[in-house]
Design a protein around this ligand. Structure first.
Ligand SMILES: [Zn+2]
Length: 326
């Protein structure tokens, strides 16, 4: 309710002036204090806005990614050297003391193929993809004569293998077929060799990827596998054509490698162009599933966008490859 001065009563303006002056002084001080604190706040918020803008630009180039950098993950430093995309060749060795998640193929396989003995080990993701691929092969081609004859190898095993090959063929020829210890893909748990065994007559033959087995070499990328040492890629891989040697790299990487007719060396180089802060690689698979791929040079605070699933693999060259998908 409004209070009015009684009419006709003269005001005393002296104390009133003092009152307004004090009020002005008090509010002035408050204003100054508030102004400075909010200026600092505005600067901070402008900075964070700038940061999020940079991040947003980096994830949303022409293709219109939905990714805003709102989530980050940190991995141990050895993440650079683990995962299905690690490049192992003469240049990049694989010296992990312990390979995680190695399982017996014999104990985890389905009935669509055979394995040479109970000691053949592979990474669990490789076995799962192998089971799917060879079930598809059996259903399509009606053959169960496929044999996994080699999986994970220790450094000592590779050393013995190379020595035997050198004695048989000489060191130069051996080097073209057998990798030196530490430089074989078989140390990763993501590589395997096929052979063919006919239980009906007990005979075996080399796997050449021809005849009914052509299905495997052509369809392997649908299951995350690549023929690791294709013909015509010796200049990159340093290993002769091996139609029997398959490498699990995971989806969608195997499909991209197939589409571009890359070998793994070429694919890893190709990914140089796609970084977290720069352009990303967008890929849609034949089923319409969308992927977004980029590399990072760090294992801490890796940006992974929001509302998306992701996988992160090292590439063994000092980077991690991030794959986002819905
Ligand atoms: Zn092999």
């Amino acid at each position: 309710m409004e209070k009015r001065h009684p009419p006709g009563k003269k005001r005393n303006n002296g104390p009133l002036f003092f009152y307004f002056f004090s009020l002005f002084l008090t509010f002035g001080l408050f204003y100054l204090a508030f102004h400075f604190s909010s200026w600092e706040g505005e600067t901070k918020s402008a900075q964070s806005q700038e940061n999020s803008l940079q991040m947003e630009n980096s994830t949303a180039p022409a293709q219109g990614s939905a990714g805003n950098w709102v989530e980050f993950v940190s991995l141990p430093e050895d993440a650079f050297y683990q995962g299905p995309l690690i490049l192992v060749n003469q240049r990049y060795g694989c010296y992990q003391e312990e390979i995680p998640d190695l399982l017996s193929v014999y104990e985890n396989k389905n009935s669509s193929y055979m394995v040479s003995d109970k000691n053949v080990l592979l990474h669990k993701d490789t076995i799962q993809a192998l089971n799917e691929m060879l079930l598809g092969f059996q259903q399509s081609q009606g053959s169960q004569d496929l044999l996994v004859c080699s999986g994970y190898r220790t450094l000592d095993y590779q050393d013995d293998l190379l020595s035997r090959e050198e004695q048989e063929k000489g060191s130069q020829a051996a080097a073209a077929w057998v990798a030196s210890p530490g430089h074989s893909e078989h140390h990763t748990g993501y590589a395997l060799d096929f052979n063919i065994f006919h239980p009906s007559d007990g005979t075996s033959e080399s796997y050449t990827g021809t005849g009914v087995y052509r299905w495997i070499n052509e369809n392997a990328p649908r299951f995350g596998f690549i023929v690791r040492y294709p013909e015509e890629k010796y200049a990159y891989t340093g290993i002769q054509y091996e139609p029997w040697h398959f490498r699990y790299v995971g989806l969608p990487h195997s499909l991209i490698i197939q589409e571009h007719e890359f070998c793994l060396e070429e694919y890893i180089s190709y990914l140089d162009s796609f970084t977290a802060q720069g352009e990303h690689l967008f890929y849609t698979d034949p089923q319409g599933k969308q992927y977004e791929i980029y590399t990072v040079n760090n294992t801490e605070n890796i940006p992974i966008g929001s509302n998306k699933s992701y996988t992160i693999s090292g590439d063994n060259t000092g980077r991690c490859i991030v794959t986002l998908f819905q």
